[in-house]
Design a binder for this molecule. Structure first.
Ligand code: NAP
Length: 282
């Protein structure tokens, strides 16, 4: 019998960092991806306050972590901490995925591609010539504006509680398409909106801000980036105001996670199978 110590399997570590973060279903999705693709990974949920972000990221990398997802409110701040980032992250000014390799930190943004894959491939929506309203001007909005403009909409309005943030985003993306900004109360019906996206985090605390009722018609599709086991405050609000469809962000969650998983592991999960597995509707 050999006296050699038993070989230990090294499990690669990943996590999502945010504040708050307990609502995140990313650990479940990544565990399902790992099972489906036969990858051996561990994925944790880490609550990290803004003043601890840099030290938490460096500590995670130093102790063998391979990659991170970054969620609210850190997506813009983390751009300062990377050694290099993808064009889509740099264009968005926001990072939701970190890859640690050879002592360096690489940042990417998978929100936009995940959002568009859900809208176009999963839901079959055509956005060319559409009038689009995005509510919210935080890190998630930064990630989805450029991909939305790539679909050649007729107009894209960003409305936000703090109007200065919406205006600075509209200015940032103005060379890429017809994007404007206003406060919630200044959104008016004409044009009829084909798509209204809720990218605020208000629903996480159960709040329904004064969303613009005039933006909704029987033709409007409403999409909440937030997701929950039952309807979110926004999807309930949209249904009550007569939207044609009212959808939660489970599809985006799975698609953006799949893109992160691909960056980390070089393997693309079958997202349709996972979406069927978690299959939740508003
Ligand atoms: P963030 O950077 O913290 O931005 C939050 C946004 O929400 C800001 O525009 C803020 O407005 C607005 N807001 C917060 N509370 C509000 C309230 N009570 N009334 C009106 N506006 C309010 O967050 P984020 O990273 O953009 O994330 C936004 C949401 O998208 C979160 O719920 C997140 O979970 C979700 N998300 C989902 C996915 C997915 O895969 N499904 C991906 C990314 C994000 P002010 O500027 O006025 O503060």
């Amino acid at each position: 019998m050999s006296n050699a110590p038993a070989a230990t399997t090294v499990i690669d570590r990943y996590a999502v960092m945010g504040d708050p973060v307990s609502h995140s279903r990313s650990p479940v999705i990544h565990r399902l991806f790992a099972l489906q693709t036969g990858q051996s990974i561990q994925y944790e949920l880490l609550q990290v306050a803004p003043d601890k972000l840099e030290s938490a990221i460096r500590q995670f990398a130093k102790t063998g972590g391979k990659g991170l997802n970054i969620t609210l409110p850190h997506k813009s701040e983390v751009t300062r901490l990377v050694d290099d980032m993808s064009e889509r992250a740099s264009n968005a000014g926001a990072v939701n995925t970190l890859v640690f390799q050879d002592g360096e930190i690489f940042g990417d943004n998978t929100d936009g591609v995940g959002f568009l894959r859900d809208l176009q491939s999963n839901l079959g929506l055509e956005l060319e010539d559409a009038n689009i309203l995005v509510l919210g001007a935080g890190g998630a909005t930064r990630g989805i504006i450029s991909p939305l403009l790539d679909t050649k909409p007729r107009s894209l309005m960003i409305a936000n509680r703090t109007v200065s943030r919406a205006k600075s985003l509209a200015e940032h993306f103005s060379t890429q398409g017809p994007v404007t900004a206003c406060r919630f109360e200044d959104v008016r019906k004409p044009p009829v909106y084909d798509l209204v996206v809720n990218a605020t985090s208000a629903g996480l605390t159960g709040q329904t801000p004064p969303y613009p009722e005039d933006a909704i018609s029987e033709h409007t599709i409403c999409y909440d980036l937030s997701y929950a086991m039952t309807a979110t405050p926004f999807t309930r609000w949209a249904k009550e105001h007569g939207a044609a469809r009212s959808l939660m962000g489970w599809g985006m969650l799975v698609e953006q996670a799949a893109e992160s998983f691909y960056l980390w592991r070089g393997v693309r999960p079958d997202t349709a199978a996972i979406l069927k597995q978690i299959s939740i509707t508003a």
